[in-house]
Design a protein around this ligand. Structure first.
Ligand SMILES: [Fe+2]
Length: 441
């Protein structure tokens, strides 16, 4: 083979699959490559709050988390319903951690409330520094969730966050892989500063991904040191023993956050906790039941194929029995929506599975899907983006996926969902799906 034939063969091998992939997407859209990591510097004083973010705790409280470089700042939050007028305050606690030669700043956690629903509160952390504000979620439906996984801190992340914020959502749900610090602890601080303008304004509820583990043999065998210190979630309030899995109720929705990177077999604490948690769900109070986890149980992308399989085998039956409406996963850097499924088959009483691991991380997109597409996979596309789940009432919700396009966010997929709690047949039938069920419903 002469030199030019060899070069043209290489070019064909490299470009042909990409041309094929692009031809499957919408004709007007050209898929974008990864973009560089953004390092977000610290501009405030040593005692001022940085990396401010909030999360829901119980029915009417919010946890405010922030970091100060200065060690002797009070863990106090002053707050009120008018800008600059703080008629309430609450004290909390602070901690710090070491990871090899890195020492974190002081990490403050303060629970504030009781708070009124659908209300804007203004607040200040540590008695000085800038004022922040957030809006509490509604106490009843409708509610709007933003869903974004595998966020990272690149220029794509910034673009995704701008698009998410333009939607005026109530609560953000993140199915794992936050900072992509991967043991480089200053990147946790940089990530906290990047997301602060968004995470200080709306509750962010997260669960862990593989990039949060940061284990190291002998020295840090159990991992999650930075994640647990910086992103505490309301696990105690939901009877969980671990920050790696928990649940909460918000406006007619019970949200279960599972841990793909802790034990999940039938003897595990997580399994027993999930069994007890699902048994307590009252669909008259929370007609919607959604689950988030990191490694998808259903995935037709070639990336991370089968990685969620052992967890699926351990827990899928429980989720079907509880009539979970939707399972959101991350990990695979692409978008994929399945029909209602159970045990690898379409099942009208199983959850819809959605992979939404396309927040904008530095590793880029997972471009290759298996061919032909399995019949249970209804839409799949490797593009950066985010999802929106608008739960309108007890029976109907609208799910949409918004692909990032340079300055706009383009809705590329949407579907109306009916809650399984409104399906008489699904609420009545036994755990095991009958062969005739699909025909019946
Ligand atoms: Fe991941």
């Amino acid at each position: 083979m002469d030199r030019w034939s060899y070069v043209s063969l290489l070019l064909t091998i490299f470009f042909f699959p990409q041309l094929l992939l692009q031809s499957n997407a919408s004709p007007e859209y050209i898929r974008q490559p990864p973009r560089p990591v953004i390092l977000t510097p610290h501009h405030r004083s040593e005692s001022d709050p940085q990396q401010v973010h909030i999360s829901l705790v119980g029915k009417d409280h919010v946890r405010v988390s922030w970091v100060t470089s200065e060690k002797h700042v009070s863990s106090v939050v002053e707050y009120g319903k008018r800008a600059g007028r703080y008629d309430a305050s609450a004290k909390g606690e602070h901690t710090s951690y070491h990871y090899f030669f890195y020492s974190s700043g002081e990490i403050h956690q303060v629970k504030i409330g009781p708070l009124e629903p659908s209300t804007t509160y203004y607040y200040r952390c540590g008695g000085s520094g800038p004022e922040f504000s957030f809006r509490t979620p509604p106490s009843t439906l409708p509610i709007e969730f933003a869903v974004v996984g595998d966020l990272g801190q690149t220029e794509w992340t910034a673009s995704t966050l701008e698009h998410v914020a333009a939607k005026d959502y109530d609560v953000l749900l993140l199915p794992g892989d936050l900072s992509y610090a991967d043991t480089q602890q200053p990147l946790w601080d940089s990530f906290g500063r990047l997301v602060e303008p968004y995470a200080s304004r709306r509750p962010w509820m997260v669960t862990e991904g593989n990039h949060e583990t940061e284990t190291f043999p002998i020295i840090y065998p159990s991992g999650f040191k930075a994640y647990n210190a910086r992103w505490p979630m309301p696990y105690e309030e939901s009877g969980s023993q671990s920050n790696l899995y928990y649940s909460f109720d918000v406006a007619g929705t019970h949200v279960v956050m599972l841990g793909s990177y802790t034990d999940f077999d039938a003897r595990s604490d997580q399994y027993k906790w999930l069994e007890a948690d699902l048994a307590k769900v009252d669909r008259r109070k929370t007609p919607w039941l959604i689950v988030l986890l990191h490694a998808p149980w259903y995935n037709s992308n070639l990336a991370h194929k089968g990685e969620g399989e052992s967890m699926r085998k351990a827990m899928e039956k429980m989720l079907r029995k509880a009539r979970v409406d939707v399972v959101f996963a991350g990990h695979v850097h692409a978008y994929e929506r399945f029909t209602r499924v159970y045990d690898n088959k379409a099942d009208p009483c199983g959850p819809v599975h959605v992979t939404i691991g396309d927040g904008g991380n530095r590793e880029g997109l997972a471009l290759m899907f298996e061919e032909p597409s399995p019949s249970i996979s209804l839409y799949r596309e490797p593009s950066f983006g985010h999802g929106q789940l608008k739960i309108l009432n007890n029976t109907h919700a609208h799910w949409s996926w918004h692909r990032n396009n340079d300055s706009n966010s383009v809705m590329a997929d949407e579907v109306w969902l009916e809650s399984l709690s409104s399906s008489k047949k699904c609420m009545e039938i036994a755990v095991e799906p009958s062969p005739s069920l699909t025909d019946e419903l």
